[in-house]
Design a protein around this ligand. Sequence first.
Ligand code: THU
Length: 128
Amino acid sequence: MNKLVTKKMLAVARRAAVRAYAPYSDFRVGAAVLDERGRIHPGCNVENSSYSLTICAERAAISRAVCSGAKAVKAVLVYTDTDSLTPPCGACLQVIAEFGGNPEVILANRGATRHARLSDFLPERFRL
Ligand code: THU
């Protein structure tokens, strides 16, 4: 991934993390999805008092991308303001996989950025 695009995605995800609604976990996550047209779509986690209704930042960003007309997910960046990196949860991996290919998955925190591919986290995917 082009360094400038990664930088832009990081900025978008960091901004999104500030808007996270996380009163229960206090764990703020920001995501940025790069689509096939080079557009970057933000998402943040949105928690709920009925915990299982919580939506992760990655899935929020993908929903927003789809609603903006995105047809493919080229890359997903996940940002947390922590010392460790946060890989997407299993549910998010499956949702990312829905849009085909083997998108880049970039993990970022306060000081580090790690580039990987969806297949590094989800070697096999469920398909119908
Ligand atoms: N979370 C995400 O937003 N993305 C992930 O991939 C893992 C978890 C959120 C969900 C919840 O609001 C908080 O992190 C703690 O689990």
